[in-house]
Design a protein around this ligand. Structure first.
Ligand code: 1PR
Length: 535
């Protein structure tokens, strides 16, 4: 094959680089995988999408001789693009479980974001950049947002300023990209940054064909509020996977047949939402609590196909737990999650199993390290682990004596109750558990959740707006991002939840599936209301 259309990919097997592969192929390039240090030295273009944690990545690079080859390749000014950890590893050291020594090509230490400044860590979401020098690959970015997901960052200094090509503001003004000659690295994820991200990759892969123009300097922005499209997926009675949508979690039609409501095909709808400007797409395998997902190969197929054309983050949930099949073969929740990641998920979300884990943890006060939540976040990082909460409102007359955190509700209960607590449920809302959403949220944050998807059974499918009492309660209780879900019926509901609460994202399903409110209208409305969004 002609050298020009081949790009060499350094994948040391620590996680999901499927989306990077998909993006490269989408742009018409072939991928050659690095098998030996020599492959690095022979590359004509090298992409290094670092995944996982700093220390294990450095260990692999050193033990395989690839660290030396990488340094030699970069010192010769050969075309290089590092992504995320692939940027951080170029620095002298990192504080991540460290200090740990890095490749030492760029002066500086990679440190953790300081969550005490009131900024949620991990930094997840869309920001614009401040371009500080001509870096060619960023020429199409201008004021547009790109997608970040990380807890550690490198900071600009006098020592490394010749490298820094853009910065981003998130509590700290950190390094968003570096460039020296043919050597580039970005902290954000071009493979997950929509069309803008693809343009970054295209300019790296194909520098000659890029028209040079004076780059727009951009302006660093606040973190954009995300709008997420959610697809509840399950097999219908014919065994076909369909996008369905419940009414307070009841997904069956009110007909004699009582069939599962069918709102479309998962891959098609996800592709449409990407084009329409969704900042993320979530799939929830809503019968995963009873059907084993690895027996449910169509769901993995859905992820594989979706990730070929959807270049924003994908989350998948449902059925992530330990499982023993009918032949006695045991699958750990980590294996289930790994299969989801390998198939194209960027994040997994855990529902029922996180409730049991939180109950245990609150009872014993001990982190066993064995729960699915802990295991998956240890291996893939907490930014890859979402906990999905399915609470139901329980009104009370008097908060005194209620053992769960109550809120004063903005709309009185059916018997004039002024207070409520939010009871967590498992198995798709079928069973209430002795734990509140507030208690659960705090516990799962400690156990390693990186984000909370906050549903509300009372509001689901009602189109009357988000439960802002609940969203306020939870988003103020934790320092990880909270996604408000359930009840969106109009564009105003989105601005309400963002102005009344500290939600980082808002998710909707029904209004998008029924084409009642397009994603674009939601974004335009938020923009008009002065709320930062990615357009
Ligand atoms: O318990 O780990 O197997 O995960 C099961 C997952 O499936 C959980 O994330 C749970 O929320 C979800 N789930 C289970 N049953 C249902 C159901 O509807 N019968 N769906 C279900 C949850 C809520 C949202 C919905 C929003 C927005 N659905 O996904 O998309 O409420 O809807 P709206 O905008 O139309 O109001 P496990």
């Amino acid at each position: 094959s002609s050298g020009d259309s081949v790009v060499t990919l350094l994948d040391y097997g620590a996680g999901n680089v499927r989306s990077v592969r998909n993006a490269i192929r989408h742009l018409g390039f072939e991928i050659k995988d690095v098998r030996s240090p020599q492959d690095i030295l022979n590359a004509s273009k090298l992409i290094f999408p670092g995944v996982g944690a700093f220390a294990p990545a450095m260990d692999v690079l050193k033990n395989t001789g690839m660290a030396e080859a990488l340094c030699a390749y970069i010192e010769k000014d050969r075309p290089f693009l590092g992504i995320c950890l692939g940027l951080q590893l170029l620095f002298e050291s990192s504080e991540e479980n460290g200090p740990v020594t890095g490749l030492g090509l760029i002066p500086g230490t990679v440190g953790r974001f300081d969550s005490s400044k009131g900024f949620r860590v991990p930094h997840i979401g869309w920001n614009a950049l401040k371009i500080t020098k001509d870096s060619e690959i960023l020429d199409d970015i201008g004021n547009r947002h790109v997608y970040f997901v990380h807890s550690y960052r490198a900071m600009p200094s006098d020592e490394n300023k010749e490298w820094v090509s853009s910065t981003c503001d998130y509590g700290d003004k950190f390094i968003a990209s570096i460039r020296r000659g043919n050597v580039h690295a970005v902290q954000f994820h071009p493979e997950k940054s929509g069309e803008v991200g693809l343009s970054v990759l295209r300019r790296f892969l194909n520098p000659k064909s890029s028209i040079t123009k004076k780059p727009d300097e951009g302006k660093a922005s606040k973190l954009a509020q995300r709008v997420i499209a959610c697809l509840d997926v399950r097999a219908n009675d014919n065994g076909d996977l369909v996008v369905t949508k419940g009414d307070q979690y009841d997904v069956r039609e009110n007909t004699n047949e009582n069939e599962v409501r069918n709102l479309g095909k998962p891959v098609e709808l996800a592709g449409q939402y990407y084009i329409d400007g969704a900042d993320e797409v979530s799939f929830l395998n809503i019968t995963g609590f009873r059907d084993f997902p690895l027996g449910d190969l169509p769901m993995l197929q859905v992820l594989r196909h979706t990730s070929e054309n959807v270049f924003v983050p994908l989350t998948v949930g449902g059925g992530i737990r330990d499982f023993t099949d009918s032949t006695g073969r045991h699958y750990s929740s980590l294996e289930v999650a790994s299969e989801y990641f390998r198939s194209g998920a960027d994040k997994i979300s855990i529902g029922s199993d996180a409730v049991y884990a939180a109950e245990e943890y609150l009872k014993s006060g001990v982190k066993t390290g064995k729960t699915s939540l802990e295991q998956i976040s240890r291996v893939y990082g907490n930014q890859a682990v979402v906990v999905s909460i399915d609470p139901r409102r329980v009104y009370v007359k008097d908060p005194q004596g209620v053992q769960f955190k109550t809120v004063r509700v903005s709309t009185l209960g059916p018997n004039g109750e002024e207070y409520a607590w939010y009871q967590c449920t498992v198995s798709g809302g079928r069973e209430g558990r002795p734990i509140g959403a507030y208690e659960l949220a705090k516990a799962v944050e400690e156990l390693g959740a990186g984000e909370i998807l906050l549903n509300c059974i009372d509001c689901d499918g009602q189109g009357k707006g988000f439960d802002t009492d609940l969203v306020e309660l939870i988003s103020d209780a934790v320092s990880i991002p909270v996604i408000a879900s359930s009840g969106a019926g109009s564009v105003e509901h989105f601005s309400q939840v963002f102005t009344k609460t500290n939600a980082s994202a808002a998710l909707a399903a029904g209004i998008f599936h029924r084409k009642e409110v397009p994603i674009r209208s939601v974004k335009e409305h938020l923009l008009k209301e002065g709320i930062e969004v990615r357009i």
